[in-house]
Design a binder for this molecule. Structure first.
Ligand code: ATP
Length: 331
């Protein structure tokens, strides 16, 4: 029996968490979920959207599955997602992006992986109102954080037979900050001559990704560009409903999809649980449940490939519940 933390999130979070835990249970994986709510509702009752109990639970269990938690735009509390990554020092945000059979997209042979530095950059949240008409935000880039994300990405590339790694920056404009990030990439690259190291500016990358994404392999980006580019790459393979992610630190790992809480479809039984399910599959492999992870993945891929019972974001008309039951049927 594994004891793992589950953050059900808000918006579509509880619906997709329900779907995923149901599928995992049906596959026979024994998990004792330590359920830890977080977000706006929790802020009202407990005074903080990310109470200490959530952090303590993940520190104890080491592994968490996390559905999205809404971040208020403009005003309100700091992002729970960002705070969690910072508190647990989950420095590597890994977002694989590979075509899925049965999901029609304009591109074939997309198989790339985004490594997003997860702890600093403009997401450090150091912002200040200067006066009524101006505000500033500080972009922090450090050698230690930059080196460790490159180190992680290069090690991954070697282990997984990847060929090329692009360092993505805007170092021509942000000469000191992105310049330092790039310098760290160049330095770490020297230790991995078997991987071809390339440099690209983020604007040029965006253009090339929507023209010929199959040439890209491993991308390493500072936090902000990584966030934006990984939504773009999600679009290349069928959208946010199928884009998985993981946040890895030295001690803990939190598996969470790329997408947000999708308040526009909340409570309508319309959400696609695929992204969270792919995160869970990755998590099961991480905790050693390789055979059951494969079983769930096979069932999921069969449902997506058949295309008869898929959710609206993928062009189908199945509800979250129908899709979930179909995956279970195919286990
Ligand atoms: P955040 O800033 O919190 O990452 P976001 O602005 O990227 O959030 P999302 O909440 O991810 O926004 O939603 C973007 C769009 O994608 C919305 O129209 C939403 O309905 C859709 N979407 C996101 N996730 C899913 C999903 N799992 N199933 C179906 N549609 C989804």
């Amino acid at each position: 029996m594994h004891r793992l933390t589950l953050i059900p999130g808000d918006g579509i979070g509880p619906e997709i968490s329900n779907a995923v835990t149901k599928i995992i249970k049906a596959a026979g994986v024994e998990i004792d979920w330590d359920i830890q709510p977080a977000g706006a509702d929790v802020a009202e009752t407990e005074g903080s959207p990310l109470p200490e109990r959530v952090i303590a639970s993940i520190k104890k269990n080491k592994v968490a599955l996390k559905a999205p938690v809404t971040t208020p735009i403009g005003k309100g509390f700091r992002s729970v997602n960002v705070a969690l990554r910072k508190e647990l020092d989950l420095y590597a945000n890994i977002r694989p992006c590979k075509n899925i059979k049965g999901i029609k997209t304009p591109f074939e042979n997309v198989d790339l992986i985004v490594f997003r530095e997860n702890t600093e950059d403009l997401y450090a949240g150091i912002e200040r109102q200067i006066d009524e008409n101006s505000a500033e935000s500080i972009k922090i880039i450090t050698r230690s954080a930059s080196e460790r994300i490159f180190e992680y990405a290069f090690q991954y590339a070697v282990k997984n037979n990847r060929k090329t790694l692009h360092a993505v920056t805007k170092a021509n404009i942000c000469k000191l900050t992105d310049g330092l990030f790039l310098e760290c990439g160049r330095n770490v690259a020297k230790k991995y001559p078997q991987i071809e190291f390339k440099e690209i500016l983020v604007d040029n990358l965006c253009m090339q990704l929507v023209q010929h994404p199959s040439v890209f392999d491993v991308l390493v980006l500072p936090n902000l560009y990584g966030d934006i580019v990984s939504d773009l790459t999600a679009g290349l393979i069928g959208g946010l409903g199928v884009a998985q992610g993981a946040n890895i630190g030295t001690d803990c790992a939190v598996f969470e999809p790329v997408h947000g809480s999708a308040p526009d479809i909340k409570g309508q039984n319309k959400a696609n649980p695929t992204a969270l399910l792919l995160c869970a599959i990755n998590m099961l492999r991480y905790i050693g449940e390789k055979e059951k992870a494969q079983r769930i993945e096979n069932a999921l891929m069969k449902v997506l490939e058949t295309g008869k019972c898929i959710t609206a974001d993928l062009g189908g008309n199945a509800t979250t519940t129908e899709f979930t039951d179909e995956v279970i049927k195919n286990l």
